[in-house]
Each structure stands twice: as structure tokens, then as C-alpha cells.
Design a protein around this ligand. Structure first.
Ligand code: FPP
Length: 256
């Protein structure tokens, strides 16, 4: 049993995951990369459940980047099949009832039009069925690119300006963020990357401006709830200054 998290210290409101290392996990065992992704899918389900149990309001998983379309066809097909399985499993009557009970809303970060029609239908269905749920948001980024997301937001804003619904001078960082796929979610407080690489891989570029980053050498299929709690504990010990000095942060904490 891992140590329980302190109820007093603040938990992240949004945790984002770069689930790296499925391929290496499989290669180390002489298995195909697809077997690694399937194991990775099981880890995703377990970690998502743990986040919900811990009361994390928003969770984001990076499942497939815009650049991943360049991978071998067999791997791309396998990852789409896993996305389809994820949607089917969450669209069963029992799981939709469970999502309602937990107040869980599903979203996809990425352009729906990049997906084959059969996947688009399932994504639209899960978005519509869980839209009224309030409590948690579970985002899966699929065919996602951070730069593309910012460009898409800029285009939407330009159209609003053309229609005179927005004046350029009125645009703020807060308004801009509403046009991103994550609109309505707080920015990630904690970004967890498995697989040991120190990069952000075009993930949530606008949103992670002040995220605390936790990198572990653990490969994603081996990432367990115990290590998630360890990452949250480490996050709780970091001093988040948001550009201020340590003294300012301490004095504002005393006033609360
Ligand atoms: C990166 O590891 C991981 C991916 C490109 C896929 C991540 C997908 C899942 C964990 C499961 C899919 C879930 C859904 C909902 C679609 P890598 O394969 O590049 O690892 P490597 O660096 O070891 O090769």
C-alpha cells in the first residue's frame, strides 16, 4: 500500500500525461510495438480511474500526435483501433451511467476531421452523451498538435473579429484560451512524462506555461497509481512562484 496523499495540501486541478515508452516496453520483451500500446491502454484506464478517485477535476492523455500519422500503417491502424475500443467501452449503457454518477465528461483534443468517419461518429456520440456531466473532464488528445491548436484558435478568433463579435483590442490571454481545445479546463498544474525524455513534444504548448513537470524513466505500461501519487506528492512540495519571489509567495500564503 502506498502512503495516502495529504488531504491538506492542494492537489493539481489538471494533470496531463505524455505516455511515452510503449514501444520500448514491447521491444525489451521481444513483442510487437502494438502489444506495448495495448498494455499502455490498460495503464491509461487504471491511471484515469485513480485520478478520478483522487478528485482530480481534469485529466488529459496524449494518445496520438499529428506527427504520429507518419508511423508504419500497422501501428497507426492499431492505435486507431485502441481509440475505437476506448470509445466503445465508455459508450456502453453501464459505463455511461457510471460517467453520469461520477460527473465525468469525455472530450477529444484534436481536429475531428483528421479521423476516419467511423471514429468521428463515436467521438461525436460520447461528446454529446457526456456533455451535461459536471465534475471531471477526461481529455484524450488524438491527432493533436500544440502549434496546430494555437493556429486553429487564431483562425476562430479572426472569424469572430470579422463577424464583429470580438474587437482585437479586447482579446486577452484568458479569452484566447477559451478558443483552445481545452477551453473550460484549467491549465495543467502537473505534466507527467514517462519514458525518461526531457521534451514537451508539441503538447499543450499554450497551456503548460506554468505547469510543474515530472519526468520518470518508468515506461508508460509500467506506470502505476503508486508512482502517480509520488508525482503528486513531489508537486505538493514544489514552490510555484508564477514569476514572483519566494518571499512574496510565503507572505501571501500566510494571509490566506
Ligand atoms: C508513445 O510511445 C506512445 C504513443 C504514440 C501512443 C500512446 C497510446 C496509448 C498509451 C494507448 C492508446 C490509448 C487510446 C485511448 C488511443 P512510443 O510508442 O513512441 O514509445 P517508444 O518511445 O518507447 O518507442
Amino acid at each position: 500500500m502506498s502512503k495516502p496523499l495529504s488531504p491538506k495540501k492542494s492537489r493539481p486541478k489538471h494533470i496531463a500525461f505524455i505516455m511515452d515508452g510503449n514501444g520500448r516496453w514491447a521491444e525489451q520483451r521481444g513483442l510487437s510495438r502494438l502489444v506495448g500500446h495495448r498494455k499502455g491502454y490498460q495503464a491509461l484506464r487504471k491511471i484515469a480511474d485513480t485520478c478520478l478517485d483522487l478528485g482530480i477535476p481534469c485529466i488529459t492523455f496524449y494518445a496520438f500526435s499529428k506527427e504520429n500519422w507518419k508511423r508504419p500503417k500497422e501501428e497507426v491502424d492499431g492505435l486507431q483501433a485502441l481509440f475505437s475500443k476506448y470509445l466503445d467501452e465508455n459508450l456502453t449503457r453501464e459505463n455511461l451511467a457510471e460517467a453520469r454518477r461520477r460527473g465525468l465528461r469525455f472530450r477529444m483534443l484534436g481536429n475531428l476531421l483528421d479521423l476516419p468517419p467511423y471514429l468521428r461518429v463515436k467521438v461525436r456520440k460520447i461528446l454529446a452523451k457526456t456533455r451535461p456531466n459536471r465534475g471531471h473532464i477526461l481529455n484524450v488528445a488524438f491527432s493533436y498538435g500544440g502549434r496546430a491548436e494555437i493556429v486553429e484558435a487564431a483562425k476562430k478568433i479572426a472569424r469572430e473579429v470579422q463577424k464583429k463579435k470580438l474587437k482585437p483590442g479586447e482579446l486577452t490571454e484568458e479569452i484566447f484560451s477559451r478558443y483552445l481545445y481545452t477551453g473550460g479546463c484549467p491549465d495543467p498544474d502537473l505534466l507527467i512524462r514517462t519514458g525518461g525524455e526531457f521534451r514537451v513534444s508539441n503538447f499543450l504548448l499554450y497551456q503548460i506555461a506554468y505547469a510543474e513537470i515530472y519526468v520518470t524513466r518508468t515506461l508508460w505500461p509500467d506506470f502505476q497509481p503508486r508512482e502517480l501519487k509520488q508525482a503528486i506528492r513531489e508537486y505538493q512540495h514544489r514552490e510555484r512562484r508564477f514569476g514572483m519571489t519566494s518571499a512574496q509567495i510565503k507572505s501571501s500564503a500566510r494571509k490566506v
